[in-house]
Design a protein. Structure first.
Ligand SMILES: [Zn+2]
Length: 479
C-alpha cells in the first residue's frame, strides 16, 4: 500500500514556513479529503450520548483556534474498554460525540523511507506535528538526513497565535516534544541526556536537549511532569551553568508545581507547570493483569501516590484555554478580556496529551489504563464545551498508535496476561494483554486508529487518512 511519493514539494501553510527546514520535502495531501463522503451520522445517535449536541461545524474551513487532543496508545480497544467499564456498552464517552469521525494510519519509516508497520510515539507525533514520516525514536527531524522539520506549534506561534502544550507525562516525553523540539533521539530529554544526539548539542550547532528547546521554542503555556529534566544543568551555550528551570525563568516563564500555582497563573506571563518529577501519577489503581487472569475486580478510582495538589488533565486543559484566550485579547491579557466588539485576536493552538493510557497498557494495568482514558475524556469535554461556545474552534481528538489491550470472552484463556473486571453496569469483562512475552512490556500495535473532529475543517478527518494529513488539516484550517 505505498502512499504517493512524499517528494512533491507543496505549498506549506502559512507561507512556506521554511524557518527550520529549508529544502525539506513536504508530503502531499494525498488522501486527506477522501471522497467527500456523507457526514458521519454522529456516533451517539440513539444512545446516552454524552456529546450528541455537537456544535455543527462552522461554515467554511477557517478556524481561529485549534485544540488537538491525543490519547497516547488510545486505540479502538482502549476507547471501548473505558466505555464498557464506565458508561456501559451502550453508553457514549465525550470523545464518542464528535460529528466527524474517520480512521488514520500510523506507520513509521526506516532511514530509507520504507514502512515500519508499528510506530512509536516519537515518529507518530512527528507525523502530525510536521506532516512528515520519520524513524521510530526521532523527534521532528527527517528520517535519512536528520534535518529539523517545522512543527504546527512553531508555525502557529510564528503566525501570532498563542500556543500551549500539555501532557500527563514528562513535558520532555515524545508526544509534547514533537511540537517543541528537534532531536535525533527521544531520549535526549535534558542536558545530561545527550549521548544519542551528538549533533543536536548547542556546541555542534543544534538546539540542545528537548527541555532546553522546549524553553527556546517558547509556547505560552507548558504543563506536564518531568521536572527532573528541567532541573538538570545546561552545559554549553549562553545558559551554561544554569538549570533549564532557571533558563526558563530568565526567559520570562513563571514556574508552578501544583494546583494552587496553576490557579494563580495570570495571562501575559508564560507558564511552565511541572507537576511531578517524572510522569504525573495516574488517577486510578487496581490489580495488574496476570498469567491465568485475576479474580474479578473493581477499580479503585483514586491513587495514594497521587498528591491532592496535583491538577487533573481536565483542569490543566481548562486553565490552558483560559490563559491562551486571555493572552490573545490584549498584550497583558487584562484590559480586553471582557465584552464584545474588541478586535479579534489571532486565536490559539493547544495540544493536550493523555499520556499514561499507553504507559498503563505497557504494564498491563487495566484500571490504571481506564482511569487515564476517562481523565483524558474529561479533557475532551472541556475542549468540546469551549468549541460549542466558540464555533470557530477546530477540535481534533486521536491517538498516536494503537496498543495491547483486547476485550475477550470471559471464558477465553489468553496465552499472556489477563484480568477480569466487573463494570459499572455490573457485568464481567475480561481484558487480555498478550501481544508480547508476559514477562516483558506489552507492545504498541500497527492497526489504524480513530480520529474525530468538530469545527472548521473537521470534515477532512473522514474516511481513511494518514497521520501526516492531520498536519495539513490543522495548518490548512488556520491559514
Ligand atoms: Zn508506548
Amino acid at each position: 500500500m505505498p502512499r504517493p511519493a512524499r517528494s512533491t514539494r507543496r505549498r506549506l501553510a502559512w507561507g512556506t514556513a521554511a524557518v527550520l527546514a529549508a529544502g525539506v520535502a513536504v508530503p502531499t495531501l494525498a488522501q486527506a479529503t477522501p471522497g467527500g463522503g456523507p457526514a458521519s451520522a454522529g456516533a451517539s445517535a440513539g444512545a446516552t450520548a454524552a456529546g450528541s449536541a455537537a456544535a455543527s461545524p462552522a461554515s467554511g474551513h477557517k478556524a481561529k483556534n485549534v485544540i488537538v487532543l491525543i490519547g497516547d496508545g488510545m486505540g479502538d480497544s482502549e476507547i471501548t474498554l473505558a466505555r464498557d467499564y464506565t458508561v456501559g456498552a451502550n453508553g457514549r464517552l465525550n470523545m464518542d460525540g464528535f460529528p466527524r469521525t474517520g480512521a488514520y494510519t500510523t506507520y513509521s519509516v526506516d532511514e530509507k523511507g520504507k514502512p515500519e508497520y508499528v510506530t512509536d510515539s516519537a515518529a507518530s507525533g512527528t507525523g502530525w506535528a510536521t506532516g512528515n514520516k520519520t524513524v521510530n525514536g526521532r523527534i521532528s527531524k527527517t528520517p535519512g538526513t536528520d534535518k529539523p522539520l517545522p512543527t504546527m506549534l512553531e508555525l502557529a506561534k510564528k503566525k501570532g497565535l498563542a500556543t500551549g502544550n500539555i501532557t500527563t507525562a514528562d513535558l520532555t516525553d515524545a508526544t509534547p516534544a514533537v511540537q517543541n523540539a528537534h532531536v535525533r533521539d527521544r531520549g535526549c530529554q535534558g542536558p545530561a541526556d545527550m549521548k544519542k544526539c551528538p549533533r543536536d548539542t548547542l556546541g555542534q550547532g543544534g538546539g540542545g536537549s528537548i527541555a532546553e528547546q522546549t524553553v527556546t521554542t517558547g509556547a505560552d503555556v507548558l504543563m506536564g511532569g518531568g521536572k527532573e529534566h528541567f532541573d538538570q544543568t545546561v552545559t554549553e551555550g549562553p545558559h551554561k551553568g544554569r538549570t533549564v528551570t532557571e533558563q526558563a525563568r530568565k526567559a520570562g516563564y513563571r514556574l508552578v508545581t501544583d494546583k494552587s500555582g496553576l490557579e494563580s497563573a495570570t495571562p501575559g506571563t508564560p507558564l511552565l507547570g511541572l507537576f511531578a518529577r517524572s510522569d504525573i501519577p495516574v488517577e486510578w489503581t487496581g490489580k495488574p493483569a496476570a498469567r491465568g487472569g485475576t479474580d474479578p475486580q473493581r477499580c479503585t478510582t483514586s491513587n495514594p501516590e497521587r498528591p491532592d495538589t496535583t491538577p487533573s488533565l481536565e483542569r490543566q486543559t481548562s486553565r490552558a484555554i483560559e490563559l491562551l484566550e486571555a493572552q490573545q485579547k490584549g498584550k497583558n491579557g487584562k484590559a480586553k478580556v471582557k465584552g464584545h466588539g474588541k478586535k479579534p485576536g489571532k486565536g490559539f493552538f493547544l495540544q493536550v496529551e493523555g499520556a499514561s493510557i499507553d504507559k498503563q497498557d505497557h504494564v498491563a494495568d487495566p484500571c490504571g489504563q481506564i482511569g487515564e482514558t476517562v481523565a483524558f475524556d474529561r479533557a475532551v469535554k472541556v475542549a468540546r464545551d469551549y468549541a460549542r461556545k466558540h464555533p470557530d474552534t477546530l477540535v481534533v481528538t486521536s491517538a498516536d498508535h494503537a496498543h495491547a489491550s483486547q476485550i475477550v470472552p470471559t471464558d477465553a484463556k489468553p496465552a499472556g496476561l489477563a484480568s477480569t473486571l466487573i463494570t459499572d453496569e455490573g457485568r464481567p469483562l475480561q481484558v487480555s494483554y498478550s501481544n508480547n512475552d508476559p514477562a516483558a512490556a506489552q507492545e504498541h500495535t500497527g492497526t489504524q486508529v480513530r480520529i474525530a473532529a468538530s469545527g472548521p475543517g473537521a470534515d477532512r478527518v473522514q474516511g481513511v487518512t494518514d497521520q501526516t494529513d492531520l498536519f495539513h488539516t490543522v495548518t490548512g484550517a488556520l491559514r
